[in-house]
Structure formats: C-alpha cells, structure tokens
Design a binder for this molecule. Structure first.
Ligand code: DON
Length: 573
C-alpha cells in the first residue's frame, strides 16, 4: 500500500516538475519513474555526466558500489542504449579515451566498418549522382556495429563482471522507465520515418503521441542484452542476434552479412597526446577520429596568440578561431580518412613547422575565404551522438563518445532484437565534393572500401594538468564536435572560464565549406554585426553540441557539468 502511494506521489511530481534543473552535491537513489535532471554536481569521490539522468545515476551507483571508472562507463553505456535510443546504442559505434590512475593513456576504436559488400560507388545512381537518401536512411546506410565489441575491450580495465554492469540496462528495458518531455517530443517527430524504414513496427511507433511520464518498455532489447550478458560479445556478433540482424538486412536491401559481424573487432590505438604550453597535456582520439589531427593542429595554431587580450567571443577572438577552423577543416577534407586504408600524414599535419606555415595564411585584420584556402599541399611523401565522462576515486578518467550518426541512426530497428542500426556509411565521402549530412566534404582519403572505417569528428578528450586529470569531456554535434572541443579548451585553458560557462555559453563553428560562421541563437548580436562588417557570412543554427564535462581541481574537488542544451545530468558522490 505504502509503495502504491509512494509511486503515486512520484508520478505527480514527475508530471508537474519534469526536467527540473538544479545543482546537487550528493547522490540519491535511482527510480526509473521519478528522477531529476541535475546540471551541476560538486563532490570529492567520483562522478558521471551523460545525456540522460538515469544513465548517469546507473554509472554513479556502480562507482559507489566499488566499480572503477571503466565499470561505470560500461554500465552507463548500456543504460544509454535503453533510456536514450536516439543516440545511446548497441547498433552503432564510437571511441573511448581514458587515463588510468597509474598514468597510462588508452584509446579504444569501436567505429563501425563498411560491410564486405560495400563499394566505392554504392550510393551513386546510373548517372553518377549521389543518392544520399540511401547513405542516410534505411538498411543500406548501416555500417557494421562496433559498440558491443568496444564494451568488451573496455571490460579489460574494469573490476566488476559484465553481468553486474549490464543488469541495470536489462531492468530498464524489461520493466520500462518514464520518458522525459524532450524524449517524447523527439520520438513523436520521427514517427513517419520509423514507419517508412521498418517493415516490422518497433515499440517506438505509437498511434497516439508520446508524452512526458509515459513508460517505455523494450522487451526485445532486454532479450538481446540478456544474450550479451550470458554469451559475451558472441551474444551480439554471432547466434540469434546476428541472425536477426541479417534477416533484417534482407527485408530492406541491406548488405551486412554474418561474416561481417563475426569478423568485427574493436581496436586499441595509440592515444594522441600533445603538450599545450607548460602545464597541460591534451590526450585525445587518433584517426579515424579527425579530432586526433585537427585538435592538435588548431591548439598549436593559437598557442602563441593573445587570446586573453582579445577576450571571450570578441570579434578578434572569433575571427582568429574561425580562420584556424577553416584551415584545419580544409586539411580534413583533403587528407583525413582511415589510416589502415589510406596513407595519412597525421603527425606531419600537426607538426609545428607545418602549422606555422599554414598560419601565414591568417590575416588578423581580414576575413579569410574558403575559395582561396585549400588543404595544405606540402604533405610529405612518406543531430545524434552522445558523449559521457566518468571520473573515479582512484583517479581513473574515461571519456566516451558514441553514435548512431543521425538521430535514431538509419531509423531501422532490428526486428526481434529491439535496437536501432546506425547510418554511419554517410560519414564516408560518397562522392568527392558531395557534402554528407553535416555538410562535410571529402575525397580519396575517405572513399568507401570494404572493411574500412569512415572518418569521424568525435573527439573524446582528457586534459592533464601537471600530469594529473584536470578535464574529462567531449560532445556530440557532427562536424561541430571538434570545434566545440577546441572552443571549450580555449575557454578554460586560455580564458580561465568556469566549467559551467565553458559548457553553456554560446558556441560558434566554421568548417571551411560551406564558408559560413554558424552561431547559436544567444551568440552576442554586436559581435555578430562586427564579424559581418569584416565580411563574414553568419548563419544562426540550432544548439551546437551537448558538452559533458568533469573538472578536477588541484585540491581534488570534482565539478561535473551537464550541458544546458538537453536532459544531460551530472551525478557524483
Ligand atoms: O562520427 C561522426 O563524426 C558523426 N557520425 C557524429 C554524428 C553526431 O555527432 C550527431 N550528433 N548530433
């Protein structure tokens, strides 16, 4: 009886105070039908910040029960696959960057791969025109998923058994959880696409609109998670789940085969680590994540510039950062792709001599022009993704960005298995010069080839101050990811901004082509006018990214910030 009334009170509170945002300093019990959105948490032991309150709570609970940051990251990742189906996933891929308490950098690449039957011109019609509807929607858009293989690679650094880490996700899928208002809105906005790209309608399709507080139960997904719990990664890449994926492929002209699944492996790579000024070391993901080249390039381009004198979002500061972004993104289009398939002069591109030479093209008084700026020619011979950050009491730090690419990926759910497949094939250059869904162009380096990984913008990043974790962060946002990470670094390392402001203040972005500065709607109007006067074209757009950031100060105080732009929540203890 008491339970019943408690639920009733919670339901009442949820309906009347959905998505409340506040600061919290302690951790509280998880109830999937009543939970809070917490934007800022200050604590001393450990913290998790992710795009969904329940996923953050699940991760923090694992930390409290003696798990380390890797345990918490795995539990959060599985929980996101249930409570945040637009981007949290087991049908997609991503990257992990970590720093262990013992001082080791780790980079795990679980990016999707092109299936063996993929070919360079698979998205061109008989006249050679790009059909981006096929690279972006439905079965043919899906790359071979990497997330589950990635999680089992992460497990090598964890303390607890997988069954403990996956169980909260199984429970959330089996018994359900209450949708937030923004999730309900997002599911409603995609109903037509869910119907168009599925022959067997998934649980997300409903005849009446979803609303905040509705319970979402995902029995098929629970079954798949149980197979993973009991059989490890084979529970996904072989047996019943693999069969369901290939059956689904057949219903919609997809090409992922049983062999593609069985042969998928996540890869440990050497993390990119570079010094910034005397105190900082920045650790980030190497290719096929483009941030591993663009971030060191851009940071080195601004290292000796007077950003502090210019000030936050002044005309001069934005001008400098935009020109740096233009130069970096021109190189991205020309040089970057999967290094296992195409020779990329990665280290050369962020070497000081090359960076200095590129900066000769920057005129502090004049707006640049993408027609005149091309990718460097001195190379030597030789809206949906999600990020979460975890820090534990021993000093392990984990940053993971994972994605289905677009919101709900290719919009196709594997019938009987209950999860969305990605539309990551669109991150390849389907034809030289044809923009992908984020407007990025590419060529030979990022052309489609069987087994190849498509180029990514995802940039999970850890900053060390005097060799100790200082920032653990990252963001979704397609091509804006790398520039948002760049902007956050400038704001904190150069302008001494608070972590809260660095996450929430207006963002801007330039990516060479199109030749525009994108700004969020709260970008200062007078600066916008000043930039227009210099000759820039400005375009206002929706929210840029959702940065999830943990800062650890020299006394050990942890500040975790969930981005104001969504349901993002920081939980710690
Ligand atoms: O890997 C990439 O660069 C893209 N697939 C990321 C997509 C993304 O961030 C969408 N989020 N809003």
């Amino acid at each position: 009886m008491f339970q019943f009334f408690r639920r009733l009170i919670y339901l009442f509170l949820f309906i009347y105070f959905p998505a409340r945002s506040f600061t919290q300093s302690t951790y509280s019990q998880i109830d999937p039908f009543s939970y809070n959105i917490i934007k800022k948490t200050e604590c001393r032991k450990g913290a998790v910040v992710s795009a969904h309150p329940l996923a953050s709570a699940v991760g923090a609970d694992i930390l409290k029960k003696g798990g380390n940051a890797f345990d918490a990251a795995i539990a959060t990742q599985f929980a996101l696959a249930v409570v945040y189906p637009a981007a949290g996933n087991i049908g997609g891929g991503g990257f992990m960057v970590a720093r262990t308490a013992k001082g080791k950098n780790i980079a795990i690449d679980f990016r999707e791969k092109a299936p063996e039957k993929a070919s360079r011109n698979m998205y061109l019609d008989s006249n050679g025109n790009a059909q981006t509807n096929l690279s972006q929607n439905g079965h043919l858009a899906a790359g071979v998923p990497g997330t589950v293989a990635g999680i089992f690679e992460e497990l090598k650094y964890a303390r607890l058994p997988i069954r403990k880490l996956i169980q909260p996700a199984i429970d959330l899928a089996e018994k359900g959880f209450a949708l937030t208002a923004s999730e309900a809105r997002s599911l409603n906005a995609s109903q037509n696409e869910f119907k168009k790209y599925n022959t067997v309608f998934p649980v997300f399709v409903r005849s009446t609109p979803w609303k905040a507080g509705d319970t979402l139960v995902q029995k098929d997904l629970a079954k798949t998670l149980i197979l993973i719990r009991d059989s490890g990664s084979k529970g996904f890449y072989e047996g019943e789940t693999a069969q369901l994926i290939t059956d689904e492929m057949k219903r919609g002209n997809g090409i992922i085969s049983l062999d593609d699944l069985k042969n998928y492996t996540a890869k440990q790579r050497e993390a990119v680590a570079f010094k910034y000024k005397t105190d900082f070391t920045i650790v980030t993901m190497p290719l096929p994540a483009s941030g591993g080249v663009l971030l060191p390039q851009m940071m080195r381009m601004i290292e000796d510039q007077p950003l502090k004198t210019y000030g936050f979002e002044s005309v001069r500061e934005v001008h400098l950062m935009v020109e740096v972004e233009r130069l970096a993104y021109a190189d991205r289009a020309k040089f970057l792709g999967d290094k296992d398939y195409f020779k990329v002069p990665a280290k050369f591109l962020w070497s000081y001599p090359y960076v200095m030479q590129r900066m000769r093209l920057y005129d502090p008084e004049k707006a640049g022009n993408s027609k005149d700026i091309k990718g460097g020619d001195t190379a030597p011979e030789s809206e949906e993704t999600t990020h979460f950050s975890v820090y534990d009491k021993d000093g392990n730090a984990v940053a993971i960005t994972t994605t289905l690419n677009g919101g709900y990926g290719c919009k196709t759910v594997v019938a009987g298995a209950g999860f969305f497949l990605n539309n990551e094939m669109d991150d390849f250059s389907v034809k030289p010069g044809v923009p992908n869904m984020y407007g990025a162009v590419g060529g030979e380096a990022n052309a489609i080839a069987p087994g190849k990984r498509m180029l990514s913008s995802m940039t999970p990043t850890i900053v060390l101050k005097n060799e100790k974790p200082f920032l653990v962060f990252g963001t979704p946002g397609g091509t804006t990811i790398t520039t948002s990470v760049f902007q956050t670094l400038v704001d904190i390392l150069e302008l001494n901004m608070s972590p809260e402001d660095a996450v929430n203040k207006p963002k801007f972005h330039h990516q060479w082509l199109p030749d525009l500065i994108y700004v969020e709607k709260d970008f200062p109007q007078d600066i916008r006018l000043g930039l227009e006067k210099m000759g820039y074209q400005i375009s206002q757009r929706d929210a840029i990214g959702r940065t999830e950031l943990i800062q650890i100060d020299s006394t050990g105080k942890i500040t975790a910030i969930g981005d104001k732009r969504g349901d993002d929540t920081a939980v710690g203890y």
